[in-house]
Design a protein around this ligand. Structure first.
Ligand code: ATP
Ligand SMILES: O=C(O)[C@@H](O)C(=O)CO
Length: 426
């Protein structure tokens, strides 16, 4: 069956967030890790989300991977491809939102690309091109302290222009409120003026429904789960979607086995969730300096977890406050420390799976990417939602056998997320 909607996600947690939104809004969806091997049996679905790990790599590498994924999705019938970015517009002045958006648009024959990270359900809104995170301008939100891509400008037209070759325009709220025809007319006018991408305002889900309907008439869009909601609802309204939420029942079958949580996210939400988890389960706080010094800290963590895990879930966390992260980065460099810690947490996750863990929660996009890659999991069915943006995932074709995972975006989930997740993963 040809797919209706294709998506390329720039990280794995973002991919599961989008897959959750598409499922909830009527599209049977599967999440793949990269372009799947032709031998992998995937269920018949309306939408495929190809997860890539390209948010923080060099722009040319990101463009190359995304272009190949676009080609694969078009080959499976996708009429529209959504480039799934973070709802907090995580990027640097070098990319990768601008370069990838322009490359995907070019591959699809042009047209001005509609871009919006709005995701009202998690407090991300865009007004006059400015992104607000839970009511705070992006540059005043906790994203100003992100370990890999600190965000210092809330004006997305400016942020996107700094990393794009073409001009970047705005579709303001007044136009969005006027409905799909007004948005389409504005997009056409921007195209005639040679503008390659347009940041669209959106405050409420109804704005995203308008934007989704218009985006569907174009080959490519760029956005977060909010735009996914708009696209999914437009497809469902058109009567073309097969069946709402297919896969969820299968995804809920219990897997048993041991349970663990591995955290590498340093977001304010994850730090709060770790403090709360400490009240009900053993939590090991890794020493980042020791992690960078060699493998002893990893071995000690595995042995600590091994002694406790048969009696209940354990948490292993590299996560630290912005001050601790800054000190480490000042000594070892931002990328080097990030990568070394991702590699360490991936090793810990895979060693825990080797010791019988079958229910695994990972906090942080880059951290999840490294762990899922290390486990060589090829794809996921989408299960029930734990918190907005975070579903239970069930592995497809996993060399370790069936597992349930939750890949938590750094800023998502309530304070009790970890216990809530494990309660739903049986
Ligand atoms: N103590 C620490 N000091 C410095 N860097 C750290 C530390 N702990 C984790 N890191 C690194 O910080 C980065 C966190 O990024 P990650 O994407 O995993 O989380 P996040 O940004 O909160 O999540 P998301 O991308 O889903 O919003 C990773 O590269 C991780 O290795
Ligand atoms: O859009 C979001 O905020 C998340 O899905 C994400 O991409 C965080 O990594």
């Amino acid at each position: 069956m040809p797919i209706l909607l294709g998506s390329i996600a720039d990280d794995y947690t973002g991919a599961s967030d989008l897959a959750n939104t598409l499922t909830k809004n009527g599209l049977a969806t599967v999440q793949t890790i990269g372009i799947p091997d032709p031998s992998l049996a995937l269920p018949d679905v309306d939408a495929v989300v190809v997860s890539l790990k390209i948010r923080s790599v060099a722009a040319d590498e990101a463009v190359d991977a995304a272009t190949k994924a676009e080609e694969w999705l078009r080959g499976r019938g996708a009429g529209h491809v959504l480039y799934k970015i973070c709802s907090t517009f995580d990027c640097t002045d070098q990319g990768n939102i601008g370069p990838v958006t322009e490359a995907l648009c070019q591959a699809a024959g042009g047209a001005t690309v509609l871009v919006t990270p709005a995701f009202p359900e998690t407090g991300r809104t865009v007004y006059l091109g400015h992104l607000f995170v839970a009511g705070q301008p992006l540059n005043e939100s906790p994203l100003k302290d992100h370990p890999l891509n600190p965000m210092h400008d809330a004006n997305l037209v400016r942020v996107m222009a700094r990393q794009s070759r073409g001009a970047v325009g705005l579709i303001d709220l007044a136009t969005v409120t006027a409905g799909p025809s007004a948005v389409k007319a504005r997009l056409d006018a921007l195209r005639a003026a040679g503008v390659s991408a347009a940041i669209a305002d959106a405050i409420f889900e109804r704005d995203l429904e308008t934007l989704g309907e218009v985006a569907l008439q174009t080959p490519v869009s760029t956005g977060a789960s909010g735009l996914g909601l708009g696209l999914a609802r437009a497809l469902a309204r058109s009567g073309r979607a097969s069946s709402a939420g297919a896969g969820t029942t299968d995804a809920m079958r219990p897997v048993g086995g041991l349970a663990a949580i591995v955290a590498g996210s340093c977001s304010a939400a994850t730090l709060r969730q770790l403090d709360i988890a400490e009240q009900s389960m053993p939590v090991l706080r890794l020493d980042p300096e020791k992690l960078l010094a060699g493998s002893d800290e990893i071995a000690a963590a595995i042995s600590w977890a091994g002694e406790r895990i048969s009696t209940g879930p354990v948490v292993v966390a590299a996560s630290a406050s912005p001050e601790v992260v800054s000190r480490l980065q000042a000594r070892h460099g931002r990328e080097a420390s990030g990568h070394a810690i991702e590699s360490a947490t991936a090793t810990i996750a895979s060693e825990l799976v080797a010791r019988g863990v079958r229910r695994l929660v990972v906090a942080g996009g880059e951290t999840s990417g490294a762990a899922v890659d290390r486990l060589a999991i090829p794809a996921f069915l989408i299960g029930p939602e734990i918190a907005p943006g975070v579903p239970v995932l069930r592995t497809i074709g996993n060399p370790q056998g069936d597992m349930l995972l939750a890949l938590k975006s750094g800023n998502f989930g309530g304070d009790d997320f970890f216990t809530a997740a494990l309660a739903m993963m049986r």
